[in-house]
Design a protein around this ligand. Structure first.
Ligand code: C2E
Ligand code: CA
Ligand code: CA
Length: 816
């Protein structure tokens, strides 16, 4: 602004190129232009006709809002007072007339640059303030008295107090006393020149918790007191996540620690990183020791059946990125070497990127489970009162027993036992006494039955007894008597004494039942029958068996009576003929039983029974005595024949056979050297030591010993040599078949050869046809016994035969 056109021109000339130029020639115009174009720098001539430069400057700065616009005064005055006034009224600089163009240019340029810099600074400051204001952080400056100097929270979002209201406040008012106490140390350090950070638990204006990460920065004192800058960022989300993670980890830790399974974690290389307490127990490794070892070291697995090492499922899980189930029958070895059956499964750990970061194996000891299962099975399979097997188990064992019997061609028996009057016990002595009685009975039964027997309780007082290898029907019956025999002594229970009886029903496999069901049903039918007949007895299901056994029982009774009466037995004699010499050389005494009806009973029917019942001992003595007495009569008549007497296995096993023989020989006067004992092979080999002694004793008496039925038993050369044997009797079966069966013929020939080699005499028995006699003779056997020559004869007929033989009236030659 200048009123002098020359000056205007001059300025125009000087300033062109520095910016846009607006010129005014009076104060009013100048104000209008400034208002319109908002100049960066204003040059004002002081001396003006209307409003002078000072006034224009004042108006510009106060009323026109151009406080910051630099004003340069231009004047022709040279007194310093003018300059001072110009600067006091808001000018920044001063130019003198006449104007020096380079000076004008330099001054204006400088102020333009300054003006620009100021603008930029202002902008930067504005930007910064904006930024600070908008930062999601609380920024504040505090003095050393902890008074607020500044804060960016213009809206009061952090502490409910706007920045303006914050100023001058004490830190404690803002953060709360507790937090200030927490920060006290830090603040001290920060004022002393350091930087600190801390975490604070704050609350938002609405009361919700806020976790603040606090940074404290020292600000050096510049003139005034020391201050510090505080920056708080809201880390609630992170904190919340951390807490959640911690909770989650804690939950996981508690879960892993309280879980009943062993848990082991590994990294991707199968190196152990974690064991839970159960895994520590099961493996015998403490977590700290185990970490860093390969999973195979900590959890060695092997196959339960062949001890082959098993691949750890962790390896599969890592390799195949899938859950791997347990191997069957897997056994783990604990650190101390003990083995456990375990069930396990392993799973890979896959992170959010789908990467496998490790694996986990979960396993548990199934030994306990197995033991529990065993116990449960025992409970399910046993009667709690007597601890006897239950019906279920009996059935199982029964099926097994039947299979076994089928394989071995043997017999299985099922006995059902029912106490006849058990109710009486409960009624008079109470249930506890009844229970005690049943337990006692269970013990008694177990005491008399073999180990492979299954005894099981079914009803209250009903027992089932399964004997897998029951033997013949006689033995089964004997066992039934043994079972009933457990009732022989009274039961003392609950202060009472009970004499009881029971009934037993018997089913037999395979005789009358094809399976366990039938066996059970049939034994039940049988027990019913036993009850119907008044109890205290046993019954078989099969009527045939029962009848046969009954018959046998009757026979046994009659045999016993007959033996006691010493009258019913006769002896028949069958001659032995030497066909080369053509005369009778001896006779075999064969027992006959004349029963009450007068019929003769075959020894084949009663000798085995006599043997079983040991009645053979007194019976044998009677027969022996009769035979000797008769033979002695023939001797006295002049026929000095040999007498052969049969000795059964039971007789031979008797201690004093020799004594008995000596006594009878003395009584009857029969010479012992004319006596021959026929003993079967089976009787000889039962007890070798006894046989050796018995044969020695017998031979001392001077008698001879023949092996009866030779060839049918063991026919061992060893005992022929070992024992002092005199005669072999070739068994009837070989003689019978030798003409038709070449192998029988060969056996006969072999026996004859052997006998001659061992210098044994020979007798062939059962010779019925002349061809047999010829063949035997051809091989070298001369003494024959058989129907061809004579049937066994009563003594009187035998006497007649001896007389005829003596007179040479009989021809004994073999045919042709
Ligand atoms: P064993 O000692 O082998 O007696 C021979 C049996 O064969 C006798 O039967 C006899 O009658 C029979 N016999 C004789 N010749 C022939 C023949 O040509 N053909 C046929 N088929 N049979 C013939 P028995 O008398 O019935 O005696 C049977 C068994 O009873 C005897 O067999 C013997 O082991 C036993 N026994 C007989 N009496 C006594 C005795 O007093 N004491 C003992 N311990 N056992 C006896
Ligand atoms: Ca005989
Ligand atoms: Ca014989």
């Amino acid at each position: 602004m200048d009123d002098d056109p020359a000056n205007i021109r001059m300025l125009h000339h000087a300033l062109t190129g520095l910016g846009d130029l607006f010129l005014a020639t009076n104060g009013r115009e100048a104000l209008a232009v400034a208002d319109h174009c908002r100049p960066d720098v204003i040059l004002l001539d002081i001396e003006m006709p209307d409003i002078d430069g000072y006034e224009v400057c004042r108006i510009l700065k106060t009323e026109a809002g151009q406080l910051d616009t630099p004003v340069i005064f231009v004047t022709s005055h040279h007194q310093p007072s003018h300059e001072i006034r110009a600067l006091q009224s808001g000018g920044v600089d001063f130019l003198r007339k006449p104007l020096d163009i380079p000076v004008v240019q330099a001054r204006v340029s400088t102020h333009l640059a300054l003006r620009n810099r100021t603008r930029q600074l202002a902008q930067a400051r504005r930007d910064l303030t904006d930024l600070v204001d908008r930062l999601p952080a609380f920024i504040a400056v505090w003095d050393d008295q902890l008074r607020n100097l500044f804060c960016n929270d213009i809206r009061g979002q952090w502490f409910g107090r706007e920045a303006a209201a914050m100023r001058g406040r004490h830190l404690g008012d803002v953060l709360g006393g507790a937090n200030v106490a927490v920060l006290a140390d830090d603040v001290g350090q920060v004022l002393a020149g350091q930087s600190r950070s801390a975490e604070l638990r704050l609350s938002r204006p609405d009361g919700t918790p806020l976790f603040g990460q606090v940074s404290l920065v020292h600000r050096p004192a510049e003139g005034g007191a020391t201050t510090f800058l505080m920056l708080i960022t809201d880390v609630s989300d992170r904190k919340q996540a951390e807490l959640a993670l911690f909770d989650e980890k804690e939950r996981l830790r508690i879960t892993l620690n309280s879980i009943g399974d062993g848990v082991i974690a590994t990294d991707t290389a199968g190196i152990v990183t974690f064991l839970n307490p159960i895994a520590e127990q099961l493996t015998g490794w403490r977590g700290v020791d185990a970490v860093g070892h390969a999973i195979e070291t900590i959890l060695p697995l092997q196959d339960g059946s062949d001890q082959r090492p098993l691949q750890n499922p962790i390896r599969w899980a890592l390799k195949e990125r899938r859950i791997v189930g347990m191997a069957l029958n897997c056994v783990m070895q604990r650190r101390d070497g003990e083995l456990f059956h375990v069930e396990d499964s392993a799973a890979p750990i896959i992170d959010h990127d789908g990467q496998v970061t490790g694996a986990i194996i979960v396993f548990h000891d199934v030994s306990a489970t197995q033991a529990m299962a065993l116990k449960m099975t025992h409970l399910a399979n046993h009667d709690p009162l007597t601890n006897l097997p239950s019906r279920l188990l009996l059935r199982d064992r029964g099926d097994q027993a039947l299979r076994q019997a089928q394989r071995n061609g043997s017999r299985a028996a099922l006995f059902l036992l029912d106490i006849d009057t058990f109710k009486v016990v409960n009624n008079t002595a109470g249930y506890a006494a009844g229970d005690a009685l049943l337990q006692d009975l269970a013990r008694r039964l177990a005491g008399v039955l073999p180990a492979d027997t299954t005894i099981s309780r079914h009803g209250a007082d009903e027992f089932a007894i399964l004997v897998p290898d029951a033997g013949d029907t006689e033995r089964v019956e004997h066992r039934a008597r043994t079972i009933l025999g457990t009732f022989g002594t009274p039961f003392d229970v609950g202060g009472h004494r009970f004499s009881l009886t029971a009934s037993v029903g018997i089913g037999l496999y395979p005789d009358d039942s094809e399976d366990m069901d039938a066996l059970y049903r049939h034994a039940d039918v049988a027990i019913y029958r036993a009850k119907q007949r008044g109890g205290n007895r046993h019954c078989f299901f099969s009527k045939d068996i029962e009848q046969a056994l009954q018959k046998r029982q009757v026979l046994e009774m009659r045999l016993r009576e007959a033996v006691a009466a010493e009258e019913a037995f006769e002896v028949h004699f069958q001659p032995k003929v030497d066909i080369t010499a053509g005369r009778i050389v001896g006779a075999e005494a064969l027992a006959r039983w004349r029963d009450s009806a007068g019929a003769l009973v075959s020894p084949a029917d009663f000798i085995p029974l006599a043997d079983e019942t040991r009645l053979i001992v007194p019976l044998g003595r009677q027969i022996f005595r009769q035979a000797c007495r008769q033979a002695q009569l023939w001797h006295e008549e002049g026929f000095p024949l040999h007498l052969a007497v049969n000795v059964s296995p039971v007789q031979f096993a008797e201690d004093d056979l020799a004594g008995m023989i000596r006594e009878v020989a003395q009584d009857t006067g029969f010479p012992l050297e004319k006596l021959e004992l026929e003993i079967t092979e089976g009787a000889l080999i039962r007890d070798i030591e006894h046989t050796r002694r018995a044969i020695n004793d017998l031979k001392q008496l001077g008698l001879t010993i023949a092996i009866d039925d030779f060839g049918t038993g063991h026919s061992s050369l060893a005992y022929l040599k070992r024992f002092d044997i005199d005669v072999l009797k070739i068994d009837q079966t070989f003689v019978r078949d030798m003409l038709d069966d070449p192998s029988d013929a060969a056996i006969v020939a072999a026996i004859i050869n052997m006998a001659s080699a061992l210098k044994l005499r020979l007798v062939a028995e059962g010779v019925e046809r002349p061809e047999q006699a010829s063949a035997l003779l051809y091989h070298g056997c001369q003494v024959m016994q058989g129907y061809l020559y004579s049937r066994p004869l009563p003594a009187s007929q035998m006497g007649d035969l001896l007389r005829q033989d003596h007179q040479g009236l009989v021809s004994w030659r073999a045919a042709n």
